[in-house]
Design a protein around this ligand. Structure first.
Ligand code: KG4
Ligand code: ZN
Length: 365
């Protein structure tokens, strides 16, 4: 069989990314222009600024990906692009670019679901991994437990009722005075804390035992911080800027002098509550549905405490665990090229009327 080379584009949020992927799992290049430094100035992603940056960078990023792969557009067999979910203006840049290349070069166009891409990131470094398996998808916008039935067949068996896991990390980071993006900063700060210092709630909601809820936990952390501050006669409702870390941020600062609880203790206890719920739901669901393979995907899957705890639990239960390297957990185009390949060989083709779909559901065409 001839090699199939796919040029992939990802622009759903604040990363402008392009990649050349051969036969689905062989990444020839993975070019990412991260806008994080820019959005940090505003304390979070500003959609219009993201779109404008994408349009400025996208051609350079694609050229970078082709050059690094030692390829030209003429060598490509198809073009894959994220068309949802995500920020509409940001998605439109990638979709319009992919359509232009597809039209000019007469290349088949394959629209890819962003979460399908995150899941596929696991195939890149784990050549032995094949569906079916249970996948925990944890990103800034999504928290899903997904049965990956086949490369392009999914069933969601658990979802968040409110905040996504990454969103909770970002909000708690802000409450203690760590800047944007919160997840990696909480991960680092928690190393200095005791995870059993504060007993935060492990949220369960509704009928479905595999659903998640993180807004109660987030409120519990905020209430705890406020009550400690008030006990010390300070203003309880402190709101820190998300732009940068507090200049005087000290992980060992006492939050509650009576009990000796520090900022790092609060952060570590919060992280442990999130990790506990993510691990127990995933392992229980794998057991109930009869899977011996678990994968993790999305930005939060790079969290060191989550990786450690999931690994420990999977070893105990004799489950095989897969997760991508951190650079493939957060947004990138290699994962879109991988998912795009499996869509392509399954016959998926989109026309030049492909549009951005900000609320695209997993498994929808
Ligand atoms: O998958 P992703 O790059 O973008 C979305 O599709 O949303 O995920 C970004 C999210 C952010 O909320 C970020 O704070 C979180 O992933 N994140 C982490 C870590 N690295 C990124 N959360 C916890 N620990 C980390 N090490
Ligand atoms: Zn993502």
């Amino acid at each position: 069989m001839n090699d199939i080379k796919i040029l992939a584009i990802e622009s759903s949020c604040d990363e402008t990314a392009a990649s050349v992927v051969k036969n689905g799992r062989d990444v020839l290049s993975n070019t990412i222009y991260s806008q994080i430094a820019l959005h940090t100035l505003y304390g979070g992603v500003v959609p219009e600024i993201a779109s404008r940056k994408h349009i400025e960078k996208i051609n350079y990023v694609i050229k970078g990906a082709l050059d690094e792969a030692g390829c030209e557009l003429g060598d490509m067999d198809a073009i894959a692009v994220t068309y949802g979910p995500g920020l509409v203006g940001a998605l439109l840049v990638g979709v319009a670019e992919a359509k232009a290349v597809s039209y000019a070069r007469k290349l088949p166009l394959v629209g890819v679901h962003h979460i399908e891409g995150h899941i596929a990131a696991n195939y890149i470094e784990h050549k032995d991994l094949e569906p079916p398996f249970m996948c925990l998808v944890v990103s800034g916008g999504h928290t899903h437990l997904v049965i990956v039935k086949d490369y392009n067949k999914f069933e969601i068996v658990g979802r968040t009722h409110d905040d996504a896991a990454g969103e909770a990390f970002d909000k708690v980071a802000r409450a203690v005075g760590l800047g944007y993006p919160g997840g990696p900063k909480v991960d680092k700060c928690a190393v200095n804390g005791r995870k059993d210092a504060v007993d935060f709630p492990r949220g369960h909601v509704g009928e479905n035992q595999y659903d998640f809820s993180f807004s109660g936990l987030k409120s519990a952390v905020l209430n705890y911080l406020n009550s400690c501050r008030m006990k010390q006669g300070l203003d309880g409702n402190v709101v820190y800027s998300m732009k940068t870390d507090r200049p005087d941020f000290d992980p060992f600062e006492l939050i509650d002098p009576e009990t000796g609880v520090t900022v790092a203790d609060v952060v570590a206890s919060f992280q442990a509550a999130v990790v506990d719920v993510l691990v127990s739901h995933t392992v229980e669901a794998a057991h109930e549905y009869g899977f011996d393979k678990i994968a993790m995907a999305g930005g939060v899957a790079s969290n060191s405490a989550l990786r450690r705890a999931m690994k420990e639990e999977c070893e105990k239960k004799r489950l095989k665990l897969y997760y991508p390297s951190p650079v493939l957990c957060t947004d990138n185009a290699a994962m879109i090229g991988c998912a795009g390949y499996y869509e392509f060989i399954n016959g998926t083709r989109h026309g030049l009327d492909l549009n951005a779909v900000p609320g695209l559901k997993l498994g929808e065409r």
